[in-house]
Design a protein around this ligand. Structure first.
Ligand code: AAO
Length: 497
């Protein structure tokens, strides 16, 4: 359950946040397959509460009201079509599953698939769930039945998170409904799951659920393949619950990684890129095989979750490309790239009051399709960071370097670094701004000409960007001006002319 089961051992996935299933299917065929992406994390596919105040926030999808596959991204058929077409391209689908809770307390109505629910009477006929299927306030122990203190383990596990109805995961019936839902996704052909709010569920309850999951569908996976599990557990240290409680069940989201990258690339508190040589376990992060890492997430890019102002997002495009390139080049953990949509921020009292704004939508709240222009970038509100050349090309770098270790680390003791992945790849990054990286460095690569995959591509036997010549001794002279648009050089065995 730690293995992502990507085709051809591909090394990175992308979170196509709020994308429609039809658009993801097309993206697998036209872009993700050809460029070596291992898979896609998709937004929660289960029917959710329709929230109109604020108007259709992205987070309504974290308030399920049934386990039917019917949301603004598409319906059951659309989902099946996407999974099949992506698997055909060797691109896996990982579903974001919200199983800790149903929707917030209070009110009633219909979900995105038309199922009725009544949160007042804890009635969800679409599953069905009734009063016996939710944690009662007595077990929680707080006045308002919600989590008030993260250092109280009982509260974090048995109270409502942000007043959402906490499903009773100790109940065999509730577990059965969740297992049926996840096994249905497995039968369709998904490769695994991002488990929402895992911190709020007992490891024992999760083990009982995961233990009842089927093996992956042999139409796409070797027999006996166990579903990939990536649990969302925010653990920056200092809380009662630690992510290590979950790592025997699968990987956990290592939030410290993105936070550290943001701090180092922003040079906060005198932090320097040179320190990156040791990022990972030595910094107290989870073991390589237990971690899923990212620069930002759909939460942290808008101040929900952990990391605060350090987090780099598409809005900091230069540093964002540099941080993503480092993450994709450095041999630690399994990598998930973020792909976002644009929203106008409205800062007031240190908070973005517009952090709720949902995906690009038409007048009646339907999510807009993703349109790709002739330069291969997205428009009508979709950012498509994964299509930015440095991000896109470094995915192939990570694939080519899979299984090869860190070597030839070099730094200027400050904000210029370079390193190899044995004889498979080499990257140099200059974050000094005021002066060039101007040095002859050991690349570890065999002699010859290589295309720099940051500034261009290898196409028709030539380089559309810079060409880097590596000498017989594996060394090359690197010059990266401090004010380069993207101050990095990256070459690998797949970009040799
Ligand atoms: C919405 C409204 C709420 C309303 C609720 C019910 O925003 O005002 O009460 O509906 O009507 C998403 C949105 C929520 C939204 C929710 C439901 O983010 O705003 O609520 O949908 O529609 C905790 C959880 C973690 C969760 C994170 C956002 O532990 O699981 O909050 N992430 C997932 C999803 C997320 C989703 C949900 C869960 C719910 O990714 O999109 O919410 O399904 C500390 C704790 C963390 C805790 C954070 C934030 O973190 O450690 O466990 O995460 O606080 O509450 C420093 C600390 C770090 C701390 C961090 C942030 O970095 O070191 O420990 O600050 O404070």
């Amino acid at each position: 359950q730690h293995a992502p089961h990507t085709a051809d051992n591909k090394q990175a996935i992308v979170h196509l946040f709020e994308w429609r299933w039809a658009d993801i299917a097309a993206e697998c065929e036209t872009f993700l397959g050809p460029y070596g992406f291992g898979g896609v994390q998709v937004s929660p596919p289960t029917e959710n509460r329709v929230i109109t105040s604020p108007n259709r926030p992205w987070w309504e999808r974290y308030q399920p009201i049934s386990y039917r596959l019917n949301t603004r991204s598409g319906n059951d058929e659309d989902f099946k079509d996407m999974v099949h077409r992506c698997n055909q391209q060797g691109v896996r689908i990982y579903a974001d599953v919200v199983i800790n809770h149903m929707c917030a307390d209070g009110g009633s109505g219909n979900g995105t698939g038309g199922s009725h629910f009544n949160a007042d009477s804890l009635d969800f006929p679409g599953v069905p769930f009734g009063t016996d299927d939710f944690t009662d306030c007595g077990t929680c122990g707080t006045s308002d039945c919600s989590i008030q203190n993260y250092s109280d383990v009982n509260q974090v596990r048995n109270c409502r998170w942000a007043s959402k109805l906490d499903s009773k995961l100790s109940s065999d019936y509730v577990r059965g409904k969740i297992v049926d839902y996840m096994n249905y996704l497995i039968s369709i052909g998904v490769a695994g799951f991002r488990v929402d709010a895992a911190k709020h569920m007992l490891p024992g309850d999760l083990a009982a659920i995961f233990g009842r999951l089927s093996d992956l569908n042999t139409a796409y996976f070797p027999s006996g393949s166990r579903p990939f599990i990536a649990m969302e557990v925010i653990d920056l240290g200092g809380e009662a619950i630690s992510s290590s409680e979950y790592t025997h069940l699968g990987r956990i989201t290592e939030f410290r990684y993105g936070m550290q990258l943001g701090t180092l690339f922003r040079k906060q508190y005198g932090q320097k890129l040179a320190y990156l040589q040791f990022i990972g376990e030595t910094w107290g992060m989870q073991w390589d095989n237990n971690a899923l890492v990212f620069v930002d997430t759909h939460d942290t890019q808008r101040g929900h979750g952990a990391g605060g102002q350090a987090i780099l997002t598409f809005r900091d495009s230069k540093l964002y490309k540099m941080a993503n390139a480092f993450m994709l080049a450095f041999p630690y953990a399994f990598v998930r790239m973020m792909s976002s949509y644009y929203w106008d921020q409205w800062w007031e009292d240190w908070r973005d009051k517009n952090d709720w704004i949902g995906p690009p939508a038409d007048g009646s709240g339907n999510t807009m399709g993703v349109s790709i222009n002739n330069k291969g970038s997205c428009s009508n509100g979709w950012i498509c960071e994964h299509r930015w050349r440095p991000n896109r090309n470094m995915v192939m770098f990570r694939n080519v370097a899979a299984g090869y270790g860190l070597s030839n680390w070099w730094d200027n003791r400050s904000n210029q670094i370079a390193f190899s992945r044995e004889d498979r790849g080499f990257i140099a990054i200059n974050n000094e701004v005021w002066w060039a990286l101007d040095a002859t460095l050991q690349t570890g690569l065999s002699s010859g000409d290589y295309c720099d995959v940051i500034s261009g591509d290898l196409s028709n036997g030539g380089c559309t960007g810079k060409t880097i010549t590596v000498g017989g001794d594996g060394r090359t002279h690197i010059y990266i001006a401090g004010d380069d648009e993207v101050p990095m050089i990256a070459i690998h065995a797949g970009s040799k002319v």
